[in-house]
Design a protein around this ligand. Structure first.
Ligand code: LLP
Length: 427
């Protein structure tokens, strides 16, 4: 469900014309629907209502403060992977005791920051990290609440770049070694064991892999209990997929039912880390057709957005639906939709049957709300796009378009280079 619909022949976000927004704020432009974001969060959270739980939105999927604020207002928490994400979450109004922190490479500074603000839980991914955290907590005169992120060796049947719970992946602690980790952690003075966690991958479109992972984790929880180690939190990560093309992922209700069936007899609090399923279909990237050209081989639609603005098609060969913002033309042709970046991998669609656009038309790249702006870069010195949030008939600019000045902010030409242009030292 989302609120991007045609009215007559024009694409709308809620009650606002997408073409009107593109005219007003320029392109490329990220547009998000508040109603869709709030609905997705509520639907997901409500699916778990019969069991103690905390829904921690995965900040890496979309970290705009306005978006985070929506979920904070809904009573949600945050799943973070860096000090920067902790900072953003706090600035957006997230409660520190609703923040969980995963990641294989947490730095000393990041651990200190998280300890100082008092987050809910550190999801530990190696023995060395555990030792460092124990030491940082000692130095800061505090204690660190931890869970271990277990790698359950489950195939999530998704793109290899976004599968994380296989033995060969860098994430988590091998299941066979986990019990020793817990025993060891018990001996550390500044560590409080409070949970267990796992995250097997992203864009998962069936419940099977989640259930399988959960069963492994559950039997491990029982093993811990037999050892006298009682935990409170079971963090099952994120990963629920969405429909980009023809995928039919289980809706949150079905996913929740499958999860709750496994945990109903356990005295635990679930932590959920959904990202994509909440924001994916709640955002689009609007771009303008600059030129069209045909070679003997191909038709090209050249647009003003590039792989620097939305990298998913280039990086994962991901499918993103392309819609015409105004759909007056019915003429279709097979074309590549490409950006202005100097790379042949800079494309949004390849050999796709698309409506033949005219110069100046707007096109909408759908399902761009997750892993869209957050993965944008300044490659080719392109300012990153603006982001707007639509609420009914109102529009709010939630991130202004970057300027050329911002592009060079922080750069410095050392004084020794500041002689007359054209007079280098060797000349
Ligand atoms: N928790 C952890 C520990 C994660 O690593 C992730 C995503 C999530 C939760 C949220 O997963 P989600 O519910 O969004 O599937 N850039 C890729 C996706 C990378 C996902 C990384 N981890 C893409 O564009 O498909």
């Amino acid at each position: 469900m989302h609120h991007f619909q045609y009215k007559e022949h024009e694409l709308f976000c809620e009650d606002v014309s997408v073409a009107g927004l593109a005219e007003e704020w320029g392109t490329p432009l990220y547009i998000y629907s508040y109603a869709t974001l709030a609905h997705h969060f509520r639907a997901f959270d409500a699916a778990f209502r019969e069991y103690p739980h905390l829904t921690c939105f995965s900040v890496k999927a979309n970290s705009n403060q306005a978006i985070l604020r929506i979920f904070a207002n809904e009573g949600g928490g945050a799943d973070v992977v860096s000090g920067g994400e902790i900072y953003r979450s706090l600035k957006a109004g997230m409660n520190p005791d609703r923040i969980v922190y995963s990641g294989v490479g947490k730095t000393h500074d990041e651990l200190d920051f998280a300890l100082e603000v008092g987050i809910l839980m550190f999801n530990i991914e190696s023995t060395q990290e555990l030792n460092v955290l124990n030491e940082r907590a000692r130095l800061l005169g505090t204690r660190a609440p931890v869970s271990f992120r277990i790698n359950p060796d489950i195939d999530p049947k998704t793109h290899p770049y976004i599968s994380t719970g296989l033995k060969k992946n860098k994430f988590g602690i091998e299941s066979s070694a986990s019990i020793q980790e817990y025993r060891y952690a018990k001996t550390l003075e500044y560590i409080d064991i409070i949970g267990i966690s796992c995250h097997i991958g992203s864009q998962i479109t069936e419940t099977g892999p989640f259930v399988e992972a959960l069963r492994r984790i559950k039997s491990f929880v029982h093993e811990l209990r037999r050892e006298g180690i009682r935990i409170k939190y079971l963090d099952i990560g994120g990963g629920l997929g969405i429909t980009y093309d023809k995928e039919t992922p289980p809706p949150p209700d079905e996913y929740a039912k499958a999860v709750l069936k496994e945990v109903q007899d356990e005295d635990l609090t679930l932590i959920l880390e959904p990202g994509r399923v909440i924001v994916g279909n709640a955002g689009i990237l609007v771009t303008k057709v600059l030129y069209t050209k045909s070679t003997s081989e191909k038709n090209f639609i050249i647009v003003d957005a590039g792989m620097n603005d939305l990298i998913r098609p280039s990086l994962y060969n991901a499918y993103q639906e392309i819609l015409s913002v105004t759909s007056f033309s019915q003429e279709k042709y097979v074309a590549d939709m490409v950006g202005p970046i100097c790379e042949s991998g800079d494309f949004f669609a390849r050999d796709r049957l698309l409506t033949r656009p005219r110069e100046g038309d707007y096109l909408a790249i759908m399902s761009a709300g997750a892993y869209g702006f957050v993965m944008a870069s300044n490659y080719n010195s392109r300012p990153r796009p603006a982001e707007v949030l639509v609420d009914g008939s109102e529009t709010h600019l939630i991130r202004q378009r970057e300027s050329y000045e911002e592009l060079i902010q922080g750069e410095n030409i050392p004084p020794f280079l500041l002689s007359e242009p054209g007079t280098s030292r060797s000349s």
